[in-house]
Design a protein. Structure first.
Lengths: 136, 181
């Protein structure tokens, strides 16, 4: 395949995807797919969060899991970076700590695909940062 | 931080939190003056002078979730290790500009790394923000804007794996062409 260098090279891909995506999107709602958020602040990045994020993107695509992989900021669990928040459709999010690519593979295999919990979960009282109502 | 691209990711994340709608990353490689210039400019909330004065203090942060802020101190350290410097400019309500100068051929200069991957991941995670890359070397220059690209794709989200992959390839091919790797 010739290398993609300009937006023009992407035209074909765009036209083909436009039809595919409309079909896909009408059937999907963000909450109906697996949501993976990788914490990417200084602490996470220096601990290898980017490698982990790239791994999730590639691996979930390979295994054809309907998912969104995004990055977030620091959640204050710097000691356990890289941390990854996984939200299965209709469930509370769970945060895993010390995630390397091996752990990420285990999370996909056990938790995302088979709904079995794996080691390394961060506090049960975890709440999303934006509606932070933790009691201290 | 093993790559300059990871610093970009890190500093751009600050701009995202500052509510910027446009983040410009400039990478300029100048062989004559033996420098590599990294500039990140946003139009976010900006900072007061008191904050800027303390910004490279590793024990200063505006966050409440933790007590240290290492992003800018680390970037400053890495720039200075290569004989370079870090410059910060910020105006409340207008935005912030971070300029890091590296010694291009200094033995301690980190590799530039996966700038393409960093930009595309940022653009996917904050689709409302326009991430712009302006790269320049003696071989030529390259311009990328996530908003322009998104409008080119006419509704197909950049986050669809096929698009993300193609974009990463496009950006990294262009950067390779002008020797920024």
């Amino acid at each position: 395949m010739t290398k993609i260098k300009t937006l023009d090279d992407l035209r074909k891909l765009r036209d083909q995807l436009k039809t595919d995506i409309t079909i896909r999107e009408s059937a999907e709602h963000p909450d109906s797919v697996v949501q993976v958020r990788v914490a990417m602040s200084t602490c996470g990045i220096s601990a290898g969060a980017k490698t982990v994020m790239d791994f999730f993107i590639a691996e979930l695509k390979k295994r054809q899991v309907k998912s969104v992989v995004a990055q977030t900021g620091c959640m204050g669990y710097c000691y356990a970076e890289p941390t990854v928040e996984v939200r299965l459709p209709g469930q509370e999010p769970i945060v895993f700590g010390h995630v390397d690519t091996r752990k990420a593979d285990e999370i996909i295999e056990s938790y995302i695909l088979n709904h079995r919990l794996v080691d390394g979960i961060i506090p049960v009282n975890y709440k999303l940062v934006e509606n932070d109502n933790r009691r201290i | 931080m093993k790559q300059i691209s990871l610093h970009i990711l890190d500093i751009a994340e600050n701009s995202v939190r500052a509510g910027a709608s446009q983040i410009i990353v400039i990478l300029e490689m100048d062989k004559t003056s033996d420098t590599l210039r990294l500039e990140i400019t946003d139009n976010g909330s900006g900072m007061e002078k008191e904050t800027i004065d303390r910004i490279t203090d590793p024990f200063f942060t505006t966050r409440t979730t933790r007590k240290v802020g290492l992003g800018l101190p680390l970037l400053k350290h890495h720039a200075e290790t290569t004989g370079g410097s870090l410059l910060l400019e910020s105006f409340p309500g207008k935005g912030t500009r971070v300029v890091a100068m590296f010694g291009l051929n200094h033995v301690d200069r980190q590799p530039v790394g996966d700038v393409a991957g960093v930009l595309v991941n940022l653009a996917i995670s904050s689709p409302e923000i326009d991430f712009i890359l302006d790269a320049k070397s003696d071989k030529g220059d390259y311009h990328f804007s996530s908003r322009e690209t998104a409008s080119f794709f006419e509704g197909v989200p950049l986050s669809s794996p096929e698009v993300a992959e193609a974009l990463k390839e496009m950006i990294s091919e262009n950067l390779k062409e002008i020797d920024i790797v």
